[in-house]
Ligand binder design. Structure first.
Ligand SMILES: Nc1ncnc2c1ncn2[C@@H]1O[C@H](COP(=O)(O)OP(=O)(O)OP(=O)(O)O)[C@@H](O)[C@H]1O
Ligand SMILES: [Mg+2]
Length: 349
């Protein structure tokens, strides 16, 4: 006769992780299992703290075990998370588990707004989040995160990021006179972006969110050629022109072998209409991540450095950004784990 922990593990191995399509035992999500007086205790290790599936797991785990394993009356799950690390970053000594580029074809569609609010939502969930302003010449993130007067300190040879809303933020906006226009050539831009990775004391980061300038120019190219990106989020407005430009942006990342995390439709509503982003995603067979409504409070939040996801989480836009952060975190886990599989298979093959 098998012992009780084996029986419980066997039952738990019928519970499938809905995003990763494998069972929670094979995925090594069940840790420290013990049984005391008919109660099962274990830790369920999720691939992100921003996991919307806790209730689903709870129900399915109870269904799988209670009444199936004799003598078990209750299950006590403790939640923990470990964001899967992109092995390529580890080998480069970059202390980041994932890099998420936020891009668009057209300017002014809301990349920086999406980057800030998604980053804040991930940090609120408990993740260690960096926010990097790769818009070197027109840095907006210091203002949008309310730390426009921030001046980075120094630790040894490295610069310290500025903390805001639980994020670690870095931007050329912290380093230059905001009233002076910056002039830089391609190679300088390239090294500025590289230095944000190599010369900043980030500590351990789960999600590095990188806000790009618009278009398919030097910045996304430099970024993608310097560091392995986990994936790119393409932000678009619903109307046709923006969607056309988004298509170009997606093509560029595909040529650079950067996975597309998905498309975000921002500023949806009466004025710009809605649906363009979703149609684009369907047409290209890339995930549609969600829609954020056009809302004057979102703009004010940006102008005053008070991201709406933190200041008004129950607003439609606040809820949209929150949901977006969860969908993005789940996609990042899937992409990272798939690429790790691919590396393993390559080694074996
Ligand atoms: N959902 C929204 N509702 C209302 N205003 C928004 C929304 N999203 C962004 N905005 C506003 O639109 C303007 C452009 O947004 P943002 O700066 O985020 O775009 P961007 O794509 O980063 O621009 P750029 O291409 O210049 O970097 C800002 O004033 C911002 O506050
Ligand atoms: Mg921007």
């Amino acid at each position: 006769m098998t012992n009780i922990t084996d029986q419980i593990m066997q039952q738990l191995s019928t519970v499938i992780e809905p995003e990763l399509h494998r069972d929670i035992v094979t995925l090594n999500m069940v840790r420290n299992l013990r049984v005391e007086d008919g109660v099962v205790h274990f830790t369920l290790m999720l691939t992100t703290p921003a996991c919307p599936l806790k209730d689903v797991f709870k129900v399915r785990i109870n269904e799988a075990v209670i009444g199936k394993v004799p003598g078990i009356t209750k299950i006590n799950i403790e939640w923990d998370s470990e964001v899967p690390a992109d092995g390529r970053l580890g080998r480069l000594d970059v202390p980041m588990r994932s890099i998420i580029a936020v891009a668009s074809g057209k300017g002014g569609v809301g990349k920086s707004t999406v980057a800030v609010n998604v980053a804040v939502a991930l940090a609120e969930a408990g993740a260690r989040v960096g926010l990097m302003d790769a818009d070197i010449l027109n840095p907006n993130l210091p203002t949008m995160t309310g730390v426009g007067n921030g001046r980075p300190g120094v630790n040894g040879t490295k610069m310290l990021p500025i903390e805001a809303y639980g994020l670690k933020v870095i931007s050329t906006g912290f380093l230059i006179d905001p009233n002076k226009a910056m002039v830089m050539r391609g190679p300088m831009l390239h090294s500025a972006i590289r230095q944000f990775f190599t010369d900043v004391d980030w500590g351990e980061i789960d999600y590095m969110v990188v806000d790009l300038p618009p278009g398919t120019g030097d910045a996304p190219l430099s970024l993608a050629q310097s560091f392995p990106l986990t994936g790119a989020i393409i932000v678009t407005q619903p109307q046709d022109v923006a969607v056309q430009d988004a298509l170009r942006s997606i093509n560029m990342f595909e040529q650079l072998n950067v996975p597309i995390i998905g498309v975000v439709e921002n500023m949806a509503g009466d004025f710009f209409g809605s649906g363009g982003g979703e149609q684009l995603a369907t047409k290209l067979d890339v995930p549609f991540l969600g829609r954020v409504p056009l809302d004057a409070e979102v703009r004010k939040g940006g102008d005053y450095g008070r991201p709406i996801v933190a200041t008004d989480p129950d607003s439609e836009a606040g809820k949209a950004f929150h949901a977006l952060s969860q969908v993005i975190a789940a996609r990042v886990s899937v992409i990272t784990l798939q690429s790790a599989d691919a590396i393993e298979m390559n080694v074996v093959g």
